[in-house]
Design a binder for this molecule. Structure first.
Ligand code: ZN
Length: 177
């Protein structure tokens, strides 16, 4: 006798590699792929609140978190604020001094703004209550650097490029410059 079930069946196409990953992970957790995906989705939507996102993307994000930090940061956006965390458009058309001001930044720390700031890269205004990213830098004399969420997302999608204004040859001490 089968118990009455109100669960619905959802099918999703996944690449072969992702299927293998899911099976391995389910085996490791001593559960089934179906139960594991259900748990991942439940966890994800509890974090994401009312954000509606593509199921395939969520599953691959949950399995492959490390490579998708930017997207995950975006999906973690909570209730009151839109996905883009205060900046309406994508971060593009870098300001002329953007590369120079961003190059000393070692890491980006997600914060909630109490005062409005401007994205150091694109100049977008980020308002109070929005999530933004504060640049952590060893040199306290440098002006603060800020990034909008789209700019941080772009970091995950693009490998770090060479800093264009870094000199190819660093002079030794005592050498004429
Ligand atoms: Zn920006």
């Amino acid at each position: 006798m089968t118990s009455e079930r109100k669960d619905r069946l959802i099918q999703a196409r996944v690449p072969e590699k992702l299927e293998a990953t899911l099976k391995n992970e389910a085996r490791r957790r001593r559960t089934t792929v179906s139960q594991m995906i259900r748990a991942i989705l439940q966890d994800t939507f509890q974090l994401v609140d009312d954000v509606v996102a593509n199921v395939d993307l969520i599953v691959s994000d949950s399995v492959d978190l490390a490579q998708r930090v930017g997207r995950d940061a975006r999906l973690r956006g909570r209730g009151a604020h839109p996905l883009s965390a205060g900046s309406e458009a994508a971060c593009h058309e870098p300001l002329p001094d953007a590369a120079d001001r961003l190059s000393p930044v070692q890491a980006w720390n997600e914060v909630v703004l109490n005062q409005p700031v401007a994205c150091t890269k694109c100049g977008a205004k980020l308002s109070r209550g929005c999530r933004a990213y504060l640049g952590l830098c060893e040199d306290p004399s440098r002006p603060r650097a800020w990034l909008c969420a789209p700019a941080v997302e772009a970091l995950a999608n693009r490998p770090a490029g060479r800093i264009p204004d870094e000199p190819a040859h660093k002079p030794e001490y005592g050498e004429e410059t």
